[in-house]
Design a protein around this ligand. Structure first.
Ligand code: M6R
Length: 611
């Protein structure tokens, strides 16, 4: 979704805004723009398309003197992705500019009212309406701050909005309601942005803004006050441990590849401090959960890849943890009025911690008196702050729009949770093989990944011309099949469907022909013989099959398939962690071979902050 950055300080603002916008590119966008003060006047430059188009327009602009400005990458919601709809948008008099992420739901009603007063709009956006409304409020309000607050009090919906007006030179106002916004506090300078990487080279000191708060920055000075009555709010500054290297490509061609190859480190970090040896062997400590009762039922709610991680964990939570577990897609959850009992818990899984539907599910669960466990990657994100208990996945910044290492970390943490609840049961259920498998995972992954990358590249060459793909798996591999299909379609725009293998003969098998290949997950688990039969059914209909299998006793299994992709022997849970990067690397290699925009696939946003 839209990326936002605002700066007030001592450096030339425009190059810094552009640099920040580049760091927010991963959020997905289709146009961009900046506004800055130049000799007491407001200047706005915007362009459709990638940031390079904006940079080209700024070339030769004598904007280096400006030390305050705002910048935006737009992911279109209202109106086409064209220059006139790009942000910043101006008030009617052109003396204030705003950028916005979110949706102002009552913009049509406000627009009609403003049109009656003679306002003329140049775009189709809800944001321009808000800019005009602030300008209108300014006519009666005693100050810019009060006009800003008055307009926002009338706006319904979600927003992170940033205002620049030369009336107050060098000052930026920013407000948040159900959309991500935070402040970076540097030396003699302050930032506001939708995500930390935007200002990471300049500061790691962050103030997290809450819904209903307005921030004012002016060089080294910053303050936060309430939207409701403009009373001051005391805020604390948090230190973010990420460094720039964590948010850079580090020699890899794409962030996605870097993030896939980081998975051994991701597992190590996620396990760190959570596994201990005592007299009885390995024990899990998830002290964050100690204060919550063991839930009678766990509802996992999430979207996309995070949902797939939850689905993968369901079986472990039930079989090892002993917790009846059900899954919901976050965008459906609140509309089906779910029965949630107070002795149950809801676990929301989200890499970004800002996904609008997942956040809404969290809020519904709390309203219904359920405890909410948040599994999040981004420290200080909305979900992390609003959940009763947060378990951080510790994957580090995930920049590629396609989620990879985040899922690996979510799976690690869910496996730990299953073992943790197993321990809390009376009598305790111990699965020491599972815990030993997790301990050995980083080494196993690190040694397998290079060969997997080569194999993925070779298979990508052979299969990149396919227009459709099936991904099949059973048990936990069903969740991985869904994830494999999701990765292929989002990166390479090849149609792909993930299925529980046993469902094939209930309809989808009708599609099988030599042009419709199947990627079958046939790992060495209890369901292997069943999956083998399902593969036979596909082969019998002239389907081409890539089978992801595991060595047994040092040898590849005997399985008829066009391509066998052989992974090392491993505990069944560890095997999932090998299969995951195999699927990710295959999709990555296909997309790269086809010349697609791997890190920023078309139409996608990294964090979906609107419903
Ligand atoms: O930040 P979240 O984990 O809540 O995001 C959920 C989905 O939007 C996300 O996983 C999406 O499906 C990715 N594009 C998958 O690669």
């Amino acid at each position: 979704m839209c990326g936002i950055i605002g700066y007030s300080g001592h450096r030339p603002a425009v190059p810094l805004l552009i640099e920040g916008l580049h760091r927010l590119e991963y959020r997905g966008y289709d146009s961009s723009g900046v506004a800055f003060e130049q000799a007491g006047k407001l200047e706005v430059v915007k362009a459709a398309g990638k940031l390079a188009a904006l940079e080209a327009k700024l070339e030769g602009n004598p904007c280096l003197l400006a030390t305050a400005g705002i910048g935006h990458t737009r992911w279109a919601t209202h109106g086409l992705p064209v220059e006139r709809n790009a942000h910043p948008h101006l008030s009617q008099d052109g003396d204030m500019a705003i950028i916005h992420n979110g949706i102002i739901e009552n913009f049509q009603e406000i627009k009609e009212e403003l049109v009656e007063k003679g306002h003329v709009f140049l775009s189709e956006t809800d944001t321009e309406v808000l800019a005009h409304l602030i300008g209108e409020e300014r006519k009666a309000a005693p100050s810019l701050r009060e006009a800003f607050a008055a307009a926002l009090r009338r706006a319904h919906g979600a927003y992170a909005v940033v205002l620049l007006a030369p009336e107050e030179p060098g000052i930026i106002y920013a407000a948040r309601m159900a959309a991500p916004l935070l402040m970076g506090v540097g030396v003699g300078e302050c930032f506001v942005a939708s995500d930390i990487p935007a200002f990471l080279p300049y500061t790691r000191e962050v103030v997290f803004l809450e819904d209903g708060e307005i921030a004012r920055i002016e060089g080294a000075k910053w303050e936060v006050f309430s939207l409701k009555d403009l009373s001051p709010i005391a805020k604390s500054v948090s230190h973010i441990p990420w460094d720039m290297q964590a948010a850079a490509k580090d020699g890899y061609k794409h962030f996605m590849l870097k993030e896939i190859m980081e998975q051994p480190r991701v597992v190590t970090d996620c396990l760190s401090g959570r596994l201990h040896r005592d007299g009885e062997g390995l024990r899990v400590s998830l002290h964050e959960l100690d204060a919550l009762p063991v839930p009678s039922r766990l509802h996992i709610v999430a979207c996309g890849t995070s949902y797939n991680a939850g689905l993968w964990g369901q079986q472990l939570l039930e079989n090892v943890g002993g917790i009846p577990t059900v899954l919901d897609i976050a965008s459906e959850f609140r509309y089906r009025d779910p029965i949630l009992r107070q002795d149950e818990a809801v676990m929301v899984i989200s890499q970004s911690g800002e996904t609008a539907d997942t956040l809404a599910a969290l809020r519904l669960a709390k309203e219904k008196g359920c405890k909410v466990i948040g599994l999040c990657n981004v420290v200080g994100s909305s979900i992390a702050r609003e959940a009763d208990v947060v378990l951080y996945t510790q994957a580090g910044p995930e920049i590629s729009v396609a989620s990879t290492k985040a899922m690996c970390s979510q799976m690690t943490l869910v496996a730990l949770m299953a073992a943790y609840y197993g321990q809390r049961r009376v009598p305790a259920v111990k699965d020491s093989a599972l815990l030993h498998a997790l301990v050995g995972l980083p080494q196993l992954l690190a040694s397998a990944l290079p060969a997997m990358q080569e194999r993925a590249a070779a298979l990508a060459l052979r299969f990149a011309s396919a227009r459709s793909f099936f991904y099949l798996g059973r048990g936990q591999c069903h969740a991985l099949a869904l994830e494999g299909a999701l990765k292929l379609k989002e990166l390479s725009y090849i149609h792909a469907e993930g299925y529980a293998s046993g469902e094939m003969k209930h309809g989808p098998i009708a599609l099988i022909d030599p042009q419709f290949p199947t990627f079958a997950l046939a790992l060495d688990d209890a369901l292997y013989p069943k999956v083998k039969s399902n593969i036979q059914e596909v082969l019998a209909r002239q389907g081409r099959v890539i089978a992801l299998v595991q060595e047994r006793g040092g040898k590849a299994p005997e399985l008829a398939a066009e391509e066998l992709w052989v992974l090392p022997e491993a505990h069944p849970v560890a095997a999932s962690f090998l299969a995951l990067p195999a699927l990710q690397l295959f999709s990555y290699c296909v997309a790269d071979y086809l010349g697609k925009d791997v890190d920023q696939p078309r139409n996608l946003a990294k964090s979906v902050t609107v419903e």
